[in-house]
Design a protein around this ligand. Structure first.
Ligand code: AMP
Ligand code: MG
Length: 427
């Protein structure tokens, strides 16, 4: 994402207007602030293609070849010369030989004859059409053709997919299955990719225990650690999981300093609100860091710190699990993508219709777990929410199809209103 694009384009519809009260900043302003801190990592590595899956191309790749490499058959059938089909059909041609995928295809097609040919085989000199097998009848060593084919029928021409010198893939493209297929087809055995970004993270909270361990009264199992580890299980990320840290300023400061050492981004959950046990903004300051945004007009997830610590970006997500999930997905993941140099990461969204009515207080943009109905007759789906108080509702989130976006200024949602929806299609 270029800086100018980041400055001018709204990321999420209805989240770009700057709220005026409460010292809140809009979701888009927070995202812009975060992105302005994110310089793509500069170090690159050269990897064999089979080890580069999901990595981020550091520079554009151009093709030195054409695709297809040579004229070849699109069908199993018979290679013929149209000039040999004189007068009205049907025509009968002797089958003079065969050419299969992997053959050189140097042998010319004899005049007045056909060659048996298979998909991917080179087109022999003299052949100007391939008749598909299903349109012929073979009688001994003679093939009967009932319909005159078009010139070039069933011939895949060299260069029709890609001409030499074309940019195959641009810098910043992730090497997903389609990109890998193209690189392989063009013979690229190695690619230059950016190094993985290093993401250090820990959960704060004296109440947290690891799942699988017994709980004393008042304690809970740490959910955020597992959500983050899952969200960061990406080919372009190197994770440093620093576990749980209790709400003790000394421990938090040490953990923050340790995390910032040699990380590109430090992510914490909890301790960023206004309670006495919310130490993270002070700890960020004590560790020599700086906060650039502290309150974002998003629901769930209002307390959110975006800042810097040492050479790393700092992201202090709220502790409530659904808030942490939403703020990571809407803001954190985008910053991580920018750090990794990813250029093709626009958030996936579709348009749905509200399946409910609701009045609300305007000011914060909501991202609510919602379920989708089947398609209606107009090609859209209706989204339904179970509740607008969702910050702790992990079961609701797990059962949702995605996040329904309610623009900050919207006061009333009427059934049938068109809204943006961020689907969970990848989970
Ligand atoms: P905090 O932002 O630290 O005030 O936490 C807000 C709420 O989220 C509290 O109910 C915490 O117990 C809960 N919480 C904080 N961190 C986690 C976590 N890692 N897993 C599950 N719940 C958490
Ligand atoms: Mg806490």
């Amino acid at each position: 994402m270029s800086a100018s694009l980041a400055m001018s384009t709204p990321f999420y519809c209805g989240c770009e207007t700057e709220p005026e009260s409460d010292g809140l900043i809009s979701v888009d302003a927070a995202l812009r602030r975060g992105l302005s801190l994110a310089r793509p990592v500069q170090e690159v590595e050269c990897l064999p293609l089979d080890q580069a899956h999901g990595r981020v191309l550091a520079k554009a790749v151009r093709s030195g070849v054409v695709l297809p490499h040579f004229d070849n058959s699109a069908m199993d059938g018979y290679a013929i010369r149209l000039a040999d089909l004189a007068g009205e059909g049907p025509w009968r041609l002797p089958v003079a030989g065969r050419v299969a995928a992997g053959d050189t295809g140097d042998e010319p097609l004899p005049r007045g004859a056909a060659l048996r040919i298979f998909t991917g085989a080179p087109i022999p000199p003299g052949c100007d059409a391939v008749v598909m097998q299903e349109m012929t009848q073979l009688q001994g060593r003679v093939v009967q053709i009932d319909r005159r084919p078009e010139p070039g029928e069933n011939i895949r021409r060299a260069g029709e997919d890609l001409i030499a010198g074309t940019e195959l893939l641009s810098a910043g493209r992730r090497i997903g299955p389609r990109a890998a297929m193209l690189l392989a087809s063009a013979g690229c055995g190695e690619v230059v990719v950016r190094r993985r970004i290093k993401v250090a993270f820990f959960s704060t909270g004296s109440e947290l225990r690891s799942p699988g361990r017994p709980l004393a009264r008042g304690q809970i199992w740490n959910a955020n650690r597992y959500h983050l580890a899952g969200s960061l299980a990406l080919p372009w990320v190197e994770q440093r999981d620093l576990g749980n840290v209790p709400d003790e300023p000394n421990f938090l400061l040490q953990a923050l300093k340790q995390a910032a050492r040699d990380a590109d981004i430090v992510v914490t959950t909890g301790g960023v609100s206004v309670g006495d046990e919310d130490h993270m903004p002070a700890m960020l300051h004590a560790a020599g860091g700086r906060a650039h945004a502290m309150k974002v007009a998003i629901k769930p997830g209002k307390p959110l710190v975006i800042g810097c610590i040492g050479g790393a970006i700092y992201l202090g997500l709220p502790g409530n699990p659904v808030s942490a999930f939403v703020t990571w997905r809407v803001i954190g993941a985008r910053i991580a993508e920018a750090l990794a140099g990813i250029s093709d990461a626009a958030p996936r969204r579709i348009i749905v219709r509200a399946g409910f009515e609701r009045s609300r207080r305007p000011g914060r943009c909501e991202f609510l777990p919602a379920r989708l109905s089947d398609y209606d007759g107009r090609g859209t789906r209706a989204a339904n929410i179970a509740s607008a108080a969702v910050s702790h509702r992990v079961a609701l989130l797990a059962g949702a199809d995605g996040l329904l976006l309610i623009p900050a200024e919207m006061e009333r949602i009427s059934r049938g209103d068109m809204l943006e929806f961020l689907p969970f299609w990848d989970e």
